[in-house]
Design a protein around this ligand. Structure first.
Ligand code: XUL
Ligand code: CO
Length: 441
């Protein structure tokens, strides 16, 4: 029995199509820079927002209409939800998915019961994955909803909470591996503080590092070959989260001898909450060879919280895909729509419309990014801007061959340093031209 009987599979219909339940730009087989679009974009949908988010907000009740869900915590209901989700993935041409342990299966009264529930669901979704040819992008453990984690999980003042978190991560990692997951994510929503008045920050950071070492060692011992990913976010629900942005997370990894064992899963709305652009976060991560995957969404300018909107901004998707192409494409990561519909878009069909909007925006962004690279003027401008560092003198300084005094002596031989225009406005216009030129679309 279908959960979405009135919705047909979405197809590529080309830019002239007026059908919102089709793709205008996403043609999975279209080859861009030598690879089909599906391989560049590696789309995933998330289980939590798609299946488990009733669309409540702090002021209002849930609005989402979910006829396949009887609202109970039974295993049968959990399996029906999974059936609906996989039907949705197939109809949207989305080849991957992501989940938290507690989204998928109900928590039991004991750890053993919770693990049994999860095993039952894992068996069920493993069959769905096989039948439909769908893969798991990443799995994770929910270490933030239950009251036992109110003060943190790995960073809780209570050893008991640390132990519970360890048991959850161990299990979630093992089922992620059993489902062929390409990655395993750590997002520490409560790994931070609400007030420094009651917080030993130094101890909490050390405990977080210990936890990550234990998890990485466990991944190694069970032979998990996927990426271990940390997802930065500056705050919400905590006042301050220790993994606040790409730079602070990379610094944390270096400080505690974890660098190289973890990559980053960057989310657009988290970047903007941190006061950065996604372009900034991606550039920082790629420079450290540490970009693993992307949670594709966007914020709402003027609203100071994580609104997780579907990513429809064409500049944003172009910038993201420009960064992805520059690093040579995703290896095990992808674009996971960690996005939710507005509370005012509660119908099942809105799930399809929302994902189609995000997929088309990224397909456009991919093609625009490829055009920018083919055009070449932007990269050429950047190369030429640093030309002085390719002269014999520049190379010697960069290689550490000159002392500060020798640099000062060379400065004395100059009349005035040569400076050129950065041409930002010209470059922005150039970008507009290449992104939106109809003749080249
Ligand atoms: C929260 C968030 C999470 C992580 C997984 O802001 O993005 O859903 O992606 O725990
Ligand atoms: Co996320």
């Amino acid at each position: 029995m279908q959960s979405f009987p009135d919705i047909a599979a979405l197809k590529y219909e080309g830019v002239e199509s007026k059908n919102s339940l089709s793709f205008r730009h996403y043609d999975a087989d279209e080859v861009v820079e030598g690879r089909p679009m599906r391989e560049h974009l590696r789309f995933a949908a998330c289980y939590w927002h798609t299946m488990r988010n009733g669309l409540a907000d702090p002021f209002g009740a849930p609005t989402a209409q979910t006829p396949w869900d009887d609202g109970s915590e039974s295993l049968d209901n959990a399996k029906r939800r999974a059936d609906a989700f996989f039907e949705f993935l197939t109809k949207c041409q989305i080849g991957r998915w992501c989940f938290h342990d507690r989204d998928l299966a109900p928590e039991g009264a004991t750890i053993a019961q919770s693990e049994k529930n999860l095993d039952a669901l894992v068996l069920h979704v493993a069959a769905l994955q096989r039948e439909r040819g769908i893969g798991l992008l990443w799995g994770t453990a929910n270490l933030f909803s239950h009251p036992r984690y109110m003060h943190g999980a790995a960073t809780s003042p209570s050893v008991d909470s640390f132990l519970f978190a360890a048991s959850q991560v161990r299990k979630a990692m093992e089922v992620t591996m059993a489902l062929g997951g390409e990655g395993y994510v750590f997002w520490g929503g409560r790994e931070g503080y609400t007030t420094l008045l009651n917080t030993d920050l130094s101890r909490e950071r050390r405990n977080l590092a210990r936890f990550l070492h234990l998890a990485a060692d466990h991944a190694q011992s069970i032979g998990f070959k996927g990426d271990l990913l940390i997802e930065p976010k500056p705050h919400e629900p905590s006042t301050h989260q220790y993994d606040s942005d790409a730079e602070s997370t990379l610094n944390f990894l270096r400080e505690f001898d974890l660098f190289g064992r973890f990559k980053l899963n960057l989310e657009t709305n988290h970047a903007t909450l941190a006061g950065h652009s996604m372009e900034h976060e991606m550039t920082v991560a790629i420079a450290a060879n540490s970009l693993g995957s992307v949670d594709a969404n966007m914020g709402t300018p003027g609203l100071g919280w994580d609104t997780d909107r579907f990513p429809t901004d064409l500049y944003l998707t172009t910038q993201i895909m420009l960064a992805v192409l520059a690093m040579g494409g995703f290896v095990r990561g992808g674009l996971n729509f960690d996005a939710k519909r507005r509370r005012e878009s509660p119908e099942p069909i809105d799930l399809f419309l929302a994902h189609a909007a995000g997929m088309d925006a990224f397909a456009f962004g991919l093609k625009a990014a490829a055009r920018i690279r083919t055009d070449g003027r932007l990269a050429q401008f950047v190369r030429e801007r640093y030309a002085s560092w390719s002269t014999a003198l520049g190379v010697e300084i960069a290689a550490g061959k000159l002392t500060l005094t020798q640099c000062a002596q060379r400065a004395g031989e100059l009349t005035n340093p040569t400076v050129y225009s950065g041409r930002q406005e010209m470059l922005e216009a150039l970008l507009n031209d290449v992104i939106f030129a109809r003749s080249r679309a």
